[in-house]
Design a binder for this molecule. Sequence first.
Ligand SMILES: NC(=O)c1ccc[n+]([C@@H]2O[C@H](COP(=O)([O-])OP(=O)(O)OC[C@H]3O[C@@H](n4cnc5c(N)ncnc54)[C@H](OP(=O)(O)O)[C@@H]3O)[C@@H](O)[C@H]2O)c1
Length: 240
Amino acid sequence: MKVCISGANRGLGLALTSVFLEQGHQVFALYRHKGKEFIELEQKWASPDSASQLIPLACDVADEIQIRQLKQEIESKTKGLDMLINNAAVHLEQQRPDLRALDFSIYGPTLTINAVAPLMLVQHLISLLRKGAGKTIIAISSEAGSIGSCWRDREYSYCMSKAALNMGFRILHNRLAPEGFKLRLIHPGWVQTDMGGTNAHLTPRASAEAVYKRSMETYQASSISPEQLYIDWEGQTLLW
Ligand SMILES: NC(=O)c1ccc[n+]([C@@H]2O[C@H](COP(=O)([O-])OP(=O)(O)OC[C@H]3O[C@@H](n4cnc5c(N)ncnc54)[C@H](OP(=O)(O)O)[C@@H]3O)[C@@H](O)[C@H]2O)c1
């Protein structure tokens, strides 16, 4: 299977990339900056020939010009993609400021990267996904995007961006399911990454293995109903 994963250079995206590679899939791995761990993965899996299992591609997912170039680069290497995993995201309020101390300059970038960029990637890669076998589009969402079970009294920007991502994917489902596409919004659990912090419950590897299973279930399903669209890493449905 040919899968494209955004934010593949660290955190959950890096762990997911490793799991897909180990399971024998070809990964088009999108990165902005290559860290040490990503370079190690490249040394193990990437090769200059067209059959390389790991194909690293530079792409800032908030930049539509770079996404256009990305499409051309992928097209030069394959006729179709079977799965897209929108994983890249930011949480720019790590200090969790209260209402009186909000910095609104981070709201635009947060909404662009977390909610708009996944839609841009789908728009530009849809012709490749139409030619693939799986017709599977995943977005790594969060329970933080659930309005129905919201408990936080801060983290507005991140929660708003994930709720917007969910709505975008709900509309995409209406548009693409009749063509046989299967979409999924997956909350990966609380994960020990730069975003999740060291107190989180799951290692990136444990979360990635669970997200891999949910992604493959989606790939193998004949269709996904709106009720099955928003789930967590264990497959439990979440409140919108
Ligand atoms: N960690 C958790 O507890 C948790 C919980 C719920 C949901 N999630 C979701 O899980 C996904 C992965 O999160 P994580 O914990 O692995 O976060 P992370 O460690 O902060 O990694 C974020 C990744 O997104 C990339 N990224 C950010 N902005 C980008 C841009 N404009 N263009 C391209 N790549 C960009 C980063 O690349 P750079 O290295 O270039 O910045 C990095 O690879 C996210 O969607 C997140 O919202 C995480």
